[in-house]
Design a protein around this ligand. Structure first.
Ligand SMILES: *Cc1c(COP(=O)(O)O)cnc(C)c1O
Length: 506
């Protein structure tokens, strides 16, 4: 029997340890050379070029290749053509440069490969995650002794869990109905979820997955700053009741994806309490403000939420994936509770052995808590807050640059660090053409590797968006990108005018 596998795993042998050192070092060199040192936020390669690089190579060769050759190949095909999230001009999405401390942690947790579902797969890790969850609960004003939570893959999972508990809690407290056992109650098609029209699409996705259908989601209009109109919410709740419908959950957003808007959380809390509605706050984006002396007040009222979503792979600068779900009253976890004999037997519960599987819809689960822990430890709160504060300031500054530019229109004053705007042609050009020009500006910036920016739609108008998460981006960087946008916009506009003249001339 061939048993020559020792060096393929890290273990007690000196050879395996020497290889681990050598290959880790070589991996670091590739990341420095082909990623960190990149001069542009994207190489500009077209999709078909990138596909070609892998087509000529067998995915699973009969005999393996050396790590040296493999790193060389991956460096030139994958790493060199990645979105350089660390680059100051990579400003498209809620997609952050990861902190150095978090990269050390990521390496460590991958190597340890603990699985957070049961104590016997993650002893120290379980304890650290519990410690982190306690800290997070306090950060958002929860009572550590009563509340609980879990690390998740991100906002999608956290929102789903919040709405799932809300549904089950409502059915149980209103009709003594056990959704876990019996499925949706007979009144299921009358259940309704409220959120603003700017809420994340995962609210509708969750409604669909929870068997309620997207029809269950009632959206409330927002004001000019993108915040839910609380008085419209109140009228809507009354109207739903009059129509015999059952609003059971209200999702408030702390940091909408486009404008970073924060719903009036205290008012939402009052209405939710008054009508017996579960309040879930989606703070995937804005949750990080809790660290800031300057901006934590924007989250006022979040402590009244029944559950909270927070993402760390956004404004907490963690590698994907990393998020958390928090619930104010841990008793509500009972709607998720299942006991598997091999993971969390009831004897363990009685003996006080913590098995986290009952807190998540994931079973095998990463030890992502370590990343946030090591980052907080290494930076300290003050430095973390200073980074967040800086990016909010940068967004205000960039909004001002846009306001001053004749060829650009700012769509809204930013609340967090997302800035939405569009190029405005100087001449008479019909609106579909203006949309087209804005799309093409973004495509050209990407194809030339000048900048990676986002596009979005606001009131049916095509817009451009910067999400300024990167604390290394300077006002000069945003000014430079804006100058390129104006230049490209002008070129496209002139090209269009010439084409129109030619058409008319025919
Ligand atoms: C990013 C985001 C989500 C989705 O979270 P993932 O981490 O991408 O799963 C949900 N809500 C808001 C407000 C977000 O910004």
């Amino acid at each position: 029997m061939n048993r020559d596998f020792a060096s393929d795993f890290l273990n007690t042998t000196v050879e395996s340890q020497a290889l681990f050192r050598k290959h880790m070092q070589a991996t670091v060199e590739v990341l420095v050379r082909d990623f960190a040192a990149a001069e542009k936020p994207y190489s500009g390669a077209a999709p078909q070029d990138l596909a070609a690089a892998f087509r000529d190579r067998q995915v699973c060769p009969e005999q393996g290749v050396s790590m040296e050759e493999l790193l060389q190949f991956i460096g030139t095909t994958v790493v060199k053509h990645a979105a350089v999230v660390n680059h100051p001009a990579c400003v498209a999405h809620l997609h952050c440069p990861p902190l150095q401390a978090s990269l050390m942690a990521e390496t460590m947790l991958a190597t340890l490969n603990q699985s957070m579902d049961s104590w016997d797969q993650s002893m120290s890790a379980t304890m650290l995650e519990k410690e982190m969850i306690g800290w997070l609960c306090e950060l958002f004003g929860y009572d550590k002794g009563i509340s609980d939570g879990v690390f998740t893959s991100g906002g999608t999972q956290s929102n789903f869990m919040g709405l799932g508990l809300a549904r089950d809690h409502y059915a149980y407290s209103k009709w003594n109905w056990n959704v876990q056992q019996w499925g949706l109650p007979p009144q299921g098609d009358r259940l309704r979820i409220l959120c603003s029209e700017a809420a994340h699409f995962t609210v509708k996705q969750s409604a669909a997955l929870l068997g309620l259908g997207q029809q269950a989601v009632i959206t409330i209009p927002v004001d000019s700053l993108g915040r839910m109109h609380a008085h419209v919410l109140e009228h809507t709740i009354d109207r739903l009741h009059q129509d015999g419908l059952l609003p059971f959950a209200l999702v408030g957003t702390a940091g909408t994806t486009d404008f970073g808007s924060i719903d009036p959380l205290p008012e939402l809390a009052v209405l939710a309490r008054k009508h017996g509605i579960w309040l879930h706050i989606d703070a995937a984006y804005g949750g990080a403000l809790a660290l800031s002396d300057k901006h934590a007040n924007l989250l006022e009222g979040i402590a009244f939420a029944d559950s909270i979503t927070v993402d760390f792979h956004k404004l907490f600068y963690q590698p994907i994936s990393c998020g958390a779900f928090l619930v104010r009253d841990a008793v509500n976890y009972r709607y998720l509770q299942l006991n598997a004999d091999y993971l969390n037997p009831q004897e363990d519960d009685q003996a006080g052995v913590p098995n986290l599987v009952g807190k998540s819809i994931q079973t095998t689960r990463r030890f992502d808590a370590l990343k946030l822990y090591m980052s907080l430890q290494h930076l300290g709160r003050e430095k973390f807050a200073a980074m967040i504060d800086y990016t909010l300031e940068l967004a205000l500054h960039t909004a001002e640059q846009i306001r001053q530019a004749k060829a650009l229109e700012l769509l809204a004053q930013p609340t967090l660090n997302a800035v939405v705007f569009r190029y405005l042609p100087s001449g008479e050009i019909d609106s579909s053409q203006v949309d087209e020009i804005n799309h093409r500006i973004r495509d050209r910036l990407l194809a030339s590797g000048i900048a990676v920016i986002a596009r979005t739609k606001v009131k049916e108008k095509a817009c451009l968006k910067f999400t300024l998460l990167n604390p290394l981006t300077t006002p000069q960087d945003t000014a430079d990108i804006l100058a390129h946008i104006v230049r490209i916009g002008l070129e496209l506009e002139q090209q269009y005018v010439i084409e129109q003249h030619a058409l008319r001339g025919v």
